[in-house]
Ligand binder design. Sequence first.
Ligand code: MLT
Length: 242
Amino acid sequence: MIRSIDVIFSPDLLSSICLEGKTVVVIDILRATTTITFAIANGATYIKPVLTPERAFAIRQKQPNMLIGGERYGKLVDGFNLGNSPSEYRRSVVSGRSVVITTTNGTRTMRACMSAKQVFIGSFLNLGALIRVLDQANNHIIFVCSGREGQFCTEDALFAGSCVNALCQGQNDVCLTDAAKTSQLLFQTHHQQVFESIQNSDHGRYLTSIGLESDLEFCSRVDLVDVVPVMINGRISLCDVF
Ligand code: MLT
């Protein structure tokens, strides 16, 4: 059967797309999906993405053992346990813990994809593992980029392109939308400069300006972990299909 692959460059474009029955990969390279991937790899029980800091505080009030993390304007929210730097979510901090996370674009995208058949979380950190899972997934795959305040962002499209490229290797029966083809082209042109591309992106430059340049290097690492987080009923945990 022919496999079709699409890339959506911003969650604002989702209103006209039917996700039912489809496999979705949510992408927010800087930094929500990188952070969540690292947290799950380090033994977090589950991650609950929510839209607002108020909602995160309300959940922790009912479940005081939960950690709350995320960012606004890239920075730690007052009263949160953790920010949105992936390296904060190390094993000694998150193992055996559940975490509520709210971020500007990434968690909004995750929640907007809840009607899909399957929702996976993708980042350069788990590229190889993700491709293995997608190889067994159904025939309609949509990569949804979180973008930046509704706009296209380079780092998410670059990662989507790396996945499209990997999924097309040795396959003749793959149907790509223009957005998927363009993402693949972006990756083919820049695959040797992933870090530089991330560094030169709008959000990469913003994070550097607030002292978080080390996160860019972290978020560019390929195959650091061998896990795929999956979102089921609004909770993200370890996918055990492989
Ligand atoms: C987001 O969701 O917009 C981000 O992950 C922003 C960031 O923390 O850099």
